[in-house]
Design a protein around this ligand. Structure first.
Ligand code: FAD
Length: 409
């Protein structure tokens, strides 16, 4: 039977970051990924349809893992402003990096680029062993977890980290329940070229059917997030390029002019999920395995990276406290107490946005039309909002704080 200190299941952005952060602290890690990424990349590679808007906290963490330079060497796009408005509100809210003395409000990066930059480091890290395999069985005992992989290989670990995404097998095998809410909405994502420049900004327009966003990937190139009632998902995906370009121009009300070119697209039914527990004896969940949020404010992977950094910090502190069994439940609970409430707040805030911007009656409509336009005049409030969105709220893991940027260990 193979042995390891920590088994991380799932090598997506969050799992790869978790494995690296733990290995940097001297833990011996096995990383299990059933579909290891293709690391070949060229500047001519077409844009991948899935992108994330990464906060400064995520940037700092990725830099501390030496992965930010791999992202810069591939492709990333800073955004210097965010413009948000509702179709029936008289005024839009403009958030600008220059107003808070920052060079940008974050970066839009293809998920495949983030994952590849992390995997470059994973492959170079002697404390990480990679298995291209899945997990079939998991049995917890007092001081270890016995795992059977899909290939039949047996493995014993002191701790299993479930980073295997929204449909987490680890979560199911550990018997952890899930609270869910179906938004009955789908997000259509993809890359488009527009007649007018996006001015290195992200634009989000709220309409009755849901938000529509352009996230800058270049001057005239944007990633779109087009939110539709779920029953229209198949229709949107069935459109040919010319029809899709016309539909996106219409859905965006042409605020960046005509859509002139479209790339590959994908659709994601939107469901809020929250694991009822993040920890079981010797098992812990991070990233989408623990929570999924409505993507309208681009928070999902940013929260997952905070989970990864927080878990690594808690385990590292426990390991360095003489004689403490770092894999035991009381230690894991510190991580759960730190991260679960924060993730819950963000999940609920997304519901608040949805209500405020899409409810077509009563209080929401009044706030949208009369109170929100005033928000644009209160620079103090806007500055606070931008700082929260960029740097994160509450207690930030040390690796996500500015001084950790570029640190190696
Ligand atoms: C439309 C849309 C837009 C979004 N935009 C943003 C944004 O702008 N900003 C942001 O922060 N977030 C955004 N998100 C959320 C973000 O994409 C997710 O939070 C993020 O991808 C989750 O990463 P993860 O590593 O936790 O999970 P995943 O990316 O799902 O990775 C899980 C990994 O585990 C592997 N795996 C699964 N099962 C097993 C198994 N049994 N054994 C071994 N390996 C396994 C998979 O192959 C995969 O590699 C968006 C989401 C959507 C749907």
């Amino acid at each position: 039977m193979k042995q390891t200190q920590i088994l991380v299941v799932g090598g997506g952005m969050v799992g790869a970051a978790t494995a690296l952060a733990l290995a940097q602290s001297g833990f011996e890690v096995c990383l299990l990924e059933k579909r290891p990424p293709d690391l070949s990349w060229s500047a001519e590679s077409p844009y991948h349809p899935r992108v994330s808007a990464l906060t400064r906290a995520s940037e700092n963490f990725l830099a501390s893992l030496n992965a930010w330079s791999g992202i810069e060497a591939r492709r990333l796009q800073p955004f210097t402003a965010m413009h948000v408005w509702a179709e029936d509100a008289p005024k839009r809210i403009d958030l600008e990096a220059a107003a808070i003395g920052e060079p940008n409000l974050g970066h839009v990066v293809e998920n495949s680029v983030v994952q590849a930059a992390l995997w470059d480091q994973v492959m170079a890290q002697p404390l990480i062993r990679v298995y291209a395999d899945g997990i079939a069985q998991l049995e917890e005992t007092e001081d270890a977890v016995h795992v059977t992989l899909t290939s039949g290989t047996s493995l014993q670990a002191q701790l299993v980290v479930g980073a295997d995404g929204a449909f987490s097998t680890v979560r199911t095998l550990a018997g952890i329940g899930l609270d869910t809410h179906d938004y009955a909405q789908a997000a259509i994502v993809g890359c488009v070229r527009t007649e007018r420049s996006n001015h290195q900004a992200c634009w989000q327009r709220y309409q009755a059917s849901g938000p529509f966003a352009f996230l800058t990937l270049g001057d005239h190139v944007s990633s779109i997030a087009w939110y539709l009632p779920l029953e229209q998902q198949d229709w949107a995906l069935s459109l040919n390029d010319a029809e899709f370009a016309r539909a996106v121009t219409q859905a965006s009300n042409g605020f960046l002019g005509e859509v002139t070119e479209v790339g590959a697209r994908a659709a994601f039914p939107l469901i809020r999920r929250h694991a009822q527990h993040y920890v079981r004896p010797r098992v812990v969940l991070v990233g989408d395995a623990a929570h999924t949020v409505h993507p309208q404010a681009g928070q999902g992977v940013n929260l997952g990276l905070l989970d990864a950094a927080a878990l690594a910090e808690v385990l590292t502190e426990a390991k360095s406290s003489h004689g403490l069994d770092w894999g035991r439940r009381t230690v894991l609970r510190r991580y759960e107490r730190w991260r679960r409430g924060d993730n819950l707040v963000v999940q609920r805030a997304m519901e608040g946005f949805d209500w405020l911007y899409t409810t077509d009656e009563g209080l929401a409509k009044g706030l949208r039309r009369r109170v929100l336009p005033l928000a644009d005049h209160f620079s103090g409030m806007k500055h606070w909002l931008m700082q929260q969105a960029l740097h994160g709220r509450g207690r930030l893991p040390r690796a996500c704080q500015p001084q950790y940027k570029g640190q190696t260990s």
